[in-house]
Design a protein. Structure first.
Ligand code: SF4
Length: 247
């Protein structure tokens, strides 16, 4: 499977086929590649293949002269209706730049060679011009994804974002038990909203991820089982390890 899609790089490369093949296979080692809407997804930190954004990233990786960041994350709003116990936003000052300033930023990131834009917040779905920014990123050959609590994702908004060119949505789940998740998030019903958002995102044809932060393997497994039981099947579940305060 890998050999067939690595082939274009081998043929295109100025490095020489064997060297590029070695590079590509080493780079993919340990990845769990998934399929979504006729594209391959290596992981959520890279744009899907094939595509303009992936080509740009790989060209930059192979070029000995030009080193570019693969991705950039834009906190498009500091607004959020949740009150998570782990939120660091309260202690940060935020200017909430205007849409035109974000468009200028996207232009600069395009010139830097960035391939993937992550929209974060606050809650990025509260930014009314998010579809405009997604469209701008897409127009400039960059893939984009949104990191959300899931609180504000309606089927209409998901479809609008998809049509603007959004590739993926990542929904955060903090705990497999609804009450505990809501307690961490500071709002009753946040857990159900997250599950609804996973389903809505999938139905809109977006690559759908669940992110959870845990050091506990069984926590991660029960979260996954719960999603399956609720028929909220994400395309990818990402467990990020929490750093111990004592380490
Ligand atoms: S969802 Fe994010 S921005 Fe909102 S309160 Fe929680 S951690 Fe803070």
């Amino acid at each position: 499977m890998i050999n067939s899609w690595v082939l274009p790089f081998v043929l295109d490369s100025k490095r020489g086929g064997l060297e590029t093949l070695r590079f590509a296979l080493g780079w993919l080692d340990g990845e769990q590649i998934t399929r979504h809407e006729k594209k391959w997804v290596i992981n959520s930190f890279l744009p899907p293949f094939p595509g303009k954004a992936f080509d740009r990233m790989f060209e930059n990786l192979l070029s000995p002269r030009h080193l570019s960041p693969v991705s950039a994350y834009l906190a498009v709003t500091s607004e959020c209706q949740l009150n998570c116990i782990h939120c660091s936003l309260k202690n940060r000052r935020s200017a909430n730049p205007r849409t035109e300033q974000w468009i200028d930023t996207l232009e600069g990131l395009e010139q830097l060679g960035v391939s993937l834009i992550g929209f974060t917040g606050g809650e990025p779905l509260l930014e009314k011009d998010l579809p405009v920014l997604v469209r701008e990123a897409s127009k400039r050959g960059m893939e984009s994804m949104v990191f959300t609590s899931g609180m504000n994702l309606s089927p209409e908004l998901a479809m609008e974002l998809k049509q603007a060119g959004l590739w993926a949505i990542a929904v955060s789940l903090d705990h497999p038990e609804p009450e505990k998740h809501d307690e961490i998030r500071g709002v009753n019903g946040a857990f159900q909203k997250a599950l609804d958002a996973i389903r809505i995102s999938k139905n809109a044809g977006l690559y759908t991820m669940v992110t959870m932060e845990t050091n506990d393997r069984s926590h991660g497994e029960s979260q996954t089982q719960l999603l399956h039981k609720k028929k909220s099947r994400a395309d990818q579940i990402m467990c990020r390890r929490l750093l111990s305060a004592e380490s």
